[in-house]
Design a protein around this ligand. Sequence first.
Ligand code: XBP
Ligand code: MG
Length: 248
Amino acid sequence: MVKAFIFDVDGTLADTERDGHRVAFNLAFEQFGLDWHWDEETYGALLAVTGGKERIQHYINTYNKPEKNRPDLEDLIKSLHAKKTENYVALLANNAIPLRTGVKRILSEAREAGIRLAIATTTTPQNVTALLENALGKESLDWFEVIGAGDIVPKKKPAPDIYDYVLDALDLKAEDCIAFEDSKNGILSSLGADLKTIITYNGYTRDDDFTGALMVLDQMGDIDHPSSVIQHDYQQDYLTVDTIRQLV
Ligand code: XBP
Ligand code: MG
């Protein structure tokens, strides 16, 4: 009996990375007078590191940026990231990034079926609030019993900590829940917490290794936008709560 669904945010609920986070990072770099620019391909490679502050540090190391020797580097990264969060929230408010196909329907079906909802993400809490409010309305924040996000745990994905935190807050066992993820770092985290995991990949993650997934699809899909199922013998046109219940 499935008792709760736990959702990743970036890449799973919405395609936020290329046209959301990436744009907000680049704007922050400009605002700080830095000549850094993350094009789509560069950003795809940088996504190997989760967490915006960690990603900036990784970029500085990998590209051997002169800023690496600044004595105030830690503060610089913190301020840059705070500006990036401000930019991202403003971007969502002006031009909401839609939820991926089928996400809203799955959330409604789950609510009707009495399945509890939660979020386990690496992104900053304000970003989750902004995405949900803009895409689904303010009241949608109450649909999620637990929102585990950002620095609330010291070790970000691929560590299992954020999922362990959410399971603990829900007071549920992993075997009673399903995780929804889009990336290798995401599934390493959810499997590390012993969660059965459904993958809906995106442009950046289509070639990731999803070994151990319960099912891998290109999207949850809808009646007009059928899913392609990559891994699992599954006959339906799109993912439904009933199908998920039959799978487990
Ligand atoms: C995605 C991430 C985040 C975002 C940027 O998290 O790794 O770092 O790219 O957000 P998930 P921040 O897939 O777990 O939702 O800059 O706030 O970290
Ligand atoms: Mg993700």
